[in-house]
Design a protein around this ligand. Structure first.
Ligand SMILES: NC(=O)c1ccc[n+]([C@@H]2O[C@H](COP(=O)([O-])OP(=O)(O)OC[C@H]3O[C@@H](n4cnc5c(N)ncnc54)[C@H](OP(=O)(O)O)[C@@H]3O)[C@@H](O)[C@H]2O)c1
Length: 263
C-alpha cells in the first residue's frame, strides 16, 4: 500500500527506538506512543519486574522489548549500548528520559543527592549517546536524520521554587549539552532536541496529587488547568522522530501547557 501523506510527514513505522526509563511515567507514555505508531521500541530501567510489566503492556500494541540497566552507572550505560548493538544494525531514535530528583533544604543538601542526580540526569545521557553513536550514525542520512531526544524539565529553564538544587543544575546542563551536541553532530545527520516537561502525573510527582484536594489545588495553578498527558509528550517525540521534525535541531521545547511561556 502506498504511504499516505500523513505517514510521510509523521510516520515512525519500522524505526528502531530506545526509551530510557520507559517502564513508567513519561517514559512509558513516550514508549507507548512510539509502539502504537509502529516503531520497534526498547525500554530500559533498573527493576526487572517493572521491565517485564512494561514489556507485556507495550506488546499489546506492537513491537517492544525491555532491557534491565542501571543508567546511573557507566557499567549500566555500556550494558544497554551493548544489548542494543547485539540486537540491531541501526538506531533511529534515542530518548534519554530516565531521571530522578532530590529535594532537601539548602543547608543540609547532601553530596549523595548531588551525585545520584548528576549521574543519572546528565552523565548517563552523555555516555549513552557516546556509546550508541555508531548505531545512530548507521541510521542517519541527509534524507532521514537520526534523532536524539533528551528529556529535561521546565525546572532547567527557570528557578523552580523547590529545594531540588542538583536537579535544576542537571537539567540546565542537559539543555546546554544538547545544544552543543546538536552542533557537533550536525554533519553526522543526527538531530538533538530537548523536551522540557511541565507537570505530568508520575511517581516523581506523586506528592502533588496525593489527595483529591491537593490535586485540585495544584491543577488550578497550571495555565491550562490540566496535567500533561500521554499524547502531549508522545506526540512531540513522534514529531521530532518523523520527517515533520527533521529541520529542527538544538531546540528546547517546553511541554507544559504554557507554564513557561505565559506566566
Ligand atoms: N513528571 C513530571 O512532571 C516531570 C516534569 C519535568 C521533567 N520530568 C522528567 O521526565 C523524566 C521522567 O520522569 P517521570 O516523572 O516519568 O519519573 P518516574 O515516574 O520516576 O520514572 C522514572 C523512570 O526512570 C527509571 N529509572 C530511574 N532510575 C533509573 C536508573 N538509575 N537507571 C535506569 N532507569 C532508571 C525508572 O524505572 P526503575 O525505577 O525501574 O529504574 C522509571 O522508568 C525525568 O527525566 C524527569 O526529570 C518529569
Amino acid at each position: 500500500m502506498a504511504e499516505s501523506f500523513y505517514e510521510h510527514l509523521f510516520g515512525v513505522r519500522g524505526k528502531v527506538a530506545v526509551v530510557t526509563g520507559g517502564t513508567r511515567g513519561i517514559g512509558l507514555m513516550i514508549a507507548e506512543g512510539l509502539v502504537r505508531c509502529g516503531a520497534r521500541v526498547y525500554v530500559a530501567s533498573r527493576k526487572p519486574d517493572a521491565c517485564a510489566a512494561a514489556e507485556a503492556a507495550l506488546k499489546e500494541y506492537g513491537d517492544c522489548e525491555a532491557i534491565v540497566a542501571d543508567l546511573g552507572s557507566m557499567d549500566g550505560c555500556n550494558a544497554l549500548a551493548d544489548a542494543i548493538t547485539a540486537r540491531e544494525a541501526r538506531l533511529d531514535l534515542l530518548v534519554n528520559n530516565a531521571g530522578l530528583t532530590w529535594n532537601q533544604p539548602l543547608d543540609e543538601f547532601p553530596e549523595k543527592g548531588w551525585d545520584r542526580v548528576m549521574d543519572l540526569d546528565v552523565k548517563g545521557p552523555f555516555f549513552l549517546i557516546q556509546r550508541l553513536l555508531p548505531m545512530l550514525r548507521a541510521a542517519a542520512s541527509p534524507e532521514q536524520r537520526a534523532v536524539i531526544v533528551n528529556v529535561s524539565s521546565v525546572n532547567g529553564l527557570r528557578p523552580s521554587g523547590l529545594a531540588n538544587y542538583s536537579y535544576v543544575a542537571a537539567k540546565a546542563g542537559l539543555n546546554q549539552l544538547s545544544a552543543q551536541l546538536a552542533r557537533d553532530l550536525m554533519d553526522d545527520c543526527i538531530n538533538v532536541n530537548v523536551i522540557a516537561p511541565g507537570p505530568f502525573k508520575s511517581k516523581m510527582t506523586a506528592p502533588m496529587y496525593a489527595t483529591e484536594e491537593t490535586e485540585r489545588q495544584v491543577r488550578e495553578q497550571f495555565p491550562m488547568r490540566r496535567w500533561g498527558e500521554m499524547h502531549d509528550v508522545a506526540g512531540l517525540t513522534v514529531f521530532f522522530a518523523s520527517r515533520a521534525g527533521s529541520y529542527l535541531t538544538g531546540v528546547v521545547v517546553p511541554c507544559d501547557g504554557g507554564a513557561t511561556t505565559t506566566t
